[in-house]
Write a protein that binds this ligand. Structure first.
Ligand SMILES: NC(=O)c1ccc[n+]([C@@H]2O[C@H](COP(=O)([O-])OP(=O)(O)OC[C@H]3O[C@@H](n4cnc5c(N)ncnc54)[C@H](OP(=O)(O)O)[C@@H]3O)[C@@H](O)[C@H]2O)c1
Length: 395
């Protein structure tokens, strides 16, 4: 079993390598990224530098990635680089003959990836896309809910995070700053009455009750890939995705947007050309690198998801609700990186073991068996709870 990770120097990629080595027990792991120095630093910080092979690979470089897959006899690839690389990385896997998984394609790229289904089916290779916390765990929870019900009508997903520190300061997001700014600058598309429906940026405000210590929180629609796939694959009429930003993060991201940090047009500063978005990305990368060695000493940060699956069971209305809670952990690291990094590692292992083998391109809800997956999460202190609300007639 040999796996190749693209973007292994990133916030998520480094922890995916860690999970593959330390929890999945994969002996042959190739950790790669755009710059060899970056991947060496990340692997050294996680004490993995002696356990994995490290190479420099650009995920856009289809021929070189395909050549590496063939030369190294790679069975499965996990793409943890930015989602814009997903199509090129898939092309390389198809050419090289390796199974594929990634962290999601942010709606539009995800739909383009699914269009490659026939090519992958004909080649007899599995690609299961969108494996992280969200998309990823959320899709699999939706699939679990659909299994419990006779008919599923609606799936409402909420993502939130925070910390218990007495003073809430501005900090870096737990996921790519580029994706955050996409969420704050692009209209979302929700699946409503069996159709994609565009919504205004941060529209659909709704109060939702989350597990402690969050409680009641205001949530907003953002663009995400769950509404792109789950309605069609799980036959639900409505699929919505909202984020409950902690108030301090909400104002930080709004300020970054207002100051123009989402702009990709290069600025000329003393003869050096760089876009505000690339500059901000560089600062984010530096912050992550510094944070990687500072493993939290106690549980104070958390990531939480709520997935409500509403439909019918035995002729009566029924709702299956999943809560997924991850606290940061003194041994396994910060919550937001862990709950996103673990799902693609589990899926990559299952692809290599042929537990997931359907040829073609699928979203997570179509190929991942929910209960064994939730049990694997439990081993990593990512806690999934299922609660069913049923109705009874006395007439
Ligand atoms: N599904 C989910 O729950 C979820 C959650 C969080 C993030 N994500 C997605 O996952 C992706 C990665 O997120 P992140 O937070 O880990 O981002 P990140 O910390 O910015 O890391 C991305 C890494 O990709 C590498 N990279 C960039 N371009 C590359 C290329 N052409 N070839 C190879 N490597 C390349 C960079 O390497 P260098 O260091 O060498 O520049 C960087 O280390 C984002 O698209 C994000 O939206 C998904």
């Amino acid at each position: 079993m040999k796996t190749l990770i693209l973007g292994a120097s990133g916030q998520i990629g480094a922890y995916t390598v860690q999970d593959l080595v330390e929890m999945c027990g994969v002996k042959d792991v190739i950790a790669s990224s755009l710059r060899l120095d970056d991947v060496k630093n990340a692997m050294t910080a996680l004490k993995l530098d002696k356990k994995v092979q490290m190479v420099e690979l650009n995920a856009y470089d289809v021929d070189i990635v395909a050549k590496t897959i063939k030369k190294e006899k790679v069975d499965a690839v996990v793409n943890c680089a930015w989602y814009q690389t997903n199509l090129a990385a898939m092309d390389a896997c198809l050419k090289g003959g390796a199974a594929y998984t990634d962290l999601g394609g942010f709606f539009d790229t995800c739909l383009k990836q699914l269009k490659l289904h026939k090519k992958w089916k004909d080649a007899g290779i599995n690609a299961t896309i969108g494996l992280g916390s969200t998309p990823g765990m959320t899709n699999i929870a939706g699939a679990a809910g659909a299994k419990r019900l006779d008919r599923i009508d609606s799936i409402d997903i909420v993502c939130a995070w925070g910390n218990t520190l007495p003073v809430k300061e501005a900090g870096w997001p737990g996921y790519s700053i580029r994706t955050v700014l996409d969420e704050f600058t692009q209209q979302s598309v929700q699946w409503i009455r069996n159709k994609y429906q565009k919504q205004e940026i941060l529209g659909g405000e709704k109060e939702v009750m989350m597990p402690d210590p969050i409680g009641k929180i205001k949530t907003y629609y953002v663009k995400h890939s769950e509404p792109a796939t789950m309605g069609k694959y799980l036959k639900a009429k409505n699929v919505t995705f909202r984020i409950g930003f902690p108030p301090n993060d909400m104002s930080t991201f709004q300020t970054l947007r207002a100051l123009g940090f989402a702009d990709e047009t290069p600025l000329d500063i003393s003869g050096c050309k760089i876009s505000p978005l690339d500059f901000l990305t560089g600062m984010h990368q530096r912050g992550i690198e510094q944070g990687r060695t500072a493993i939290p000493k106690e549980e104070y940060e958390y990531d939480m998801f709520r997935i409500d699956c509403m439909g019918e069971k035995d002729g009566m209305p029924s709702t299956v609700t999943y809560s997924i809670v991850t606290w940061n952990d003194p041994v396994r690291g910060v919550s937001s990186a862990r709950d996103t990094a673990v799902p693609p590692a589990i899926v990559s292992l299952w692809q290599m073991k042929r537990k997931i083998k359907a040829p073609g391109v699928f979203p997570a809800e179509a190929t991942v068996d929910p209960e064994p997956f939730f049990e694997e999460l439990g081993k990593r202190k990512i806690k999934v709870e299922e609660r069913t609300t049923t109705s009874t007639k006395y007439y």
